[in-house]
Design a protein around this ligand. Structure first.
Ligand code: ASP
Length: 343
């Protein structure tokens, strides 16, 4: 490895980005990342040294689970001191979940970890993969006074770097597939890379980097809908061993006021279930107590998800449950921003 150049590690997990089209048969095939430079000679022009590792069996991100997240965390942990930044290539379908999970798992992160992917394979003529990949590497390699500019988990797609745990996939067709409605982009890519210094994640004291590898997936998401009945709710709340539930409510955190609804939640909370109130709106925040229809939820001590995304909420539940946070402190810790995921 060169000593002066910034060293970047590409971690290929799978997804469309890593596919090439066999132009004779028209079939999309997984790309051999050892041949990265051959397929994208432009990478040679970047002023950094790039190595890559690939999952042994690259996945479509729709099949991702907590074990894959642990694998990504372990790769980063094992190479943390050797590289200045990491770029994780991942399918876009669940990228916001994986990147949010990693933002919690990588505590005291002091280097960039940039998730990216693409809507079209890297070998497609009209691909968005090259721009996404090349700019992600450039962003991961950004340094100021010998220190990385980005020191958090980001998600780069279509000319914007977002804080990963603020993102949601909003479009299955457009190149602009992600949005971060409650937090501004950290970097915008035009003729120049414009960094929004004010919104970058910064800590007062740098502590030792830790990779947490225990995620508890005894969790569920329940999206409210008009007409939801008692049987549906009761079934959800009686899932064996359920430890955490993200309740997607309406607007600013509002829900039905029927007795059966509130009583069922009360009983579940009393028996130790952690229920987080998250809005099903794409932007904005839960404000419990603003309406009569959320006042009761506040009284029941539902956890206030504020402006967190569902993706960041469900993975935060998994992380806190995996970290054995005491039940007494759980609500307070959940309501605290750990990695900039909520306001
Ligand atoms: N289904 C693919 C995946 O998420 C789509 C993509 O790569 O964008 O792995």
């Amino acid at each position: 490895m060169s000593d002066k150049k910034t060293n970047i590690l590409l971690i290929y997990t799978g997804g469309t980005i890593g596919m090439v089209k066999d132009y004779t048969s028209g079939v999309l095939k997984a790309f051999n990342f050892n041949k990265l430079m051959k397929h994208i000679p432009e990478l040679g022009q970047l002023d950094c040294h790039i190595d890559s590792v690939s999952f042994k069996n690259p996945i479509d991100s729709s099949t991702v689970n907590t074990k894959h997240w642990v694998s990504i965390a372990t790769i980063i942990e094992e190479h943390y001191d050797t590289y200045d930044g990491f770029v994780v290539l991942h399918g876009s379908d669940t990228m916001s979940y994986s990147a949010s999970a990693l933002s919690y798992m990588l505590e005291n992160l002091n280097k960039p970890v940039i998730f990216t992917g693409s809507q079209l394979p890297i070998g497609d003529l009209r691909t968005d993969a090259k721009e996404n990949l090349i700019t992600s590497i450039q962003i991961a390699a950004l340094q100021k006074s010998g220190r990385p500019v980005i020191r958090e988990v980001g998600l780069y797609f279509e000319y914007k770097l977002y804080r990963a745990n603020r993102t949601t996939k909003i479009n299955a067709e457009h190149f602009e597939a992600f949005a971060s409605l409650n937090y501004p982009p950290l970097v915008s890519s035009g003729v120049h890379l414009k960094v929004d210094q004010e919104h970058l994640w910064r800590v007062k004291r740098v502590k030792k980097f830790i990779a947490h590898k225990k995620m508890n997936s005894q969790v569920a998401i329940l999206k409210l809908f008009p007409g939801i009945n008692e049987t549906v709710l009761e079934h959800f709340l009686s899932i064996p061993n359920l430890k955490g539930l993200v309740l997607e409510t309406y607007g600013a955190g509002n829900a039905p006021m029927d007795d059966w609804f509130l009583d069922a939640l009360k009983k579940a909370i009393r028996s130790g279930l952690h229920i987080v109130n998250v809005t099903q709106c794409s932007g904005g925040a839960v404000i419990m107590g603003q309406y009569e229809t959320s006042e009761q939820l506040k009284k029941l001590q539902l956890i206030n998800g504020k402006d967190i995304t569902t993706e960041a909420a469900i993975t935060k539940l998994m992380y806190l449950l995996g970290s054995d946070v005491s039940p007494k402190l759980f609500k307070t810790i959940f309501e605290t921003s750990l990695r900039g995921e909520m306001g």
